[in-house]
Design a protein around this ligand. Sequence first.
Ligand SMILES: [Zn+2]
Length: 345
Amino acid sequence: MARFDVVLRGGTVFDGSGAPGVPADVALAGERIAAVGVVAERGSTEIDARGMAVAPGFIDVHSHDDFAVLLNPTMPFKVMQGVTTDVVGNCGSGVVPYEAAVRRFGRIHPGATPPEWTGFGQYLARVQEAGPSLNVAVLMGHGSLRAGAMGLEQRAPTPAEMDRMRAWVREGVEAGAVGLSTGLIYEPGRYARTEEIIALARELGARGGLYATHMRDEAGGLLDSVREAIRIGEEGGVPVQISHHKASGQSNWGKVRDSLRLIEEARARGLDVHADQYPYTAGSTSLYAVVQNGALRRDSPGGVGSLSGDAVLIASAPKHPAYEGRRLDELAAEWGSTSRRRPRA
Ligand SMILES: [Zn+2]
């Protein structure tokens, strides 16, 4: 009997530490890596990896797959890209309470009503039952908690509403959630003041949970938004993860030099602050958030920056599939509506 189940032979191994790749065989026994290097023994399955890169599974830190892992647990669109751990609950959109989650994720999965849960512990039990083909780490979405506690009210929470949100966070920490997320350009997260978020971040306690944020303004107000995120981490006593760091809107390009400097200064003071970034220049969000933040106005006041209709591509419109793949300015022309075009140089 072969000592190894699988041997990946002759690939270039990138071990995830950032070190340069090295030529090596990788042997698997059951679900474990059993040997790396020159593997003499044959495996029950031999895979010729010559000319290919061999790496540990990727962690997708920003997935919005909260419902997908239940509805489509084989997750081929992730595992076929090498993703073996999915973080869900980003940008303030989380799974608790259930009704708020169904409203949010219904936009991505129209009509989906997965079996109900009452808290993060039960959601994680549902994930366990569904048995997705990747690992799932859960962030608690502040926007969903706030919607559950006080609807879309544009004010500070009452003490009772605050207690309700705090209790959800405590339950999530107990159940194994890895942190709290906000989406401060979105409704209703945008109505929360910094102090509200600090109070919830404090509930994460010493268990290692982090604060992940889609910041209040990734455009003209980028630097103030980074300062707010750092303050929440500092006063809440938690590590900070700035999601999809960028300077949004052409007039703001280049501001990342200053925002990265703020992050570096915070780190130099001993704070644990990180940022992630996607490897392309387009952003993606709900069209309602683009409109709500005034992005189609030339003097955009909001967190998305100023966009012209020809810069907005409809990627997904479950109720209007004919719009998918089309630009907003084309649709506006068909409807006899106006659309501001980017001035041509
Ligand atoms: Zn986001």
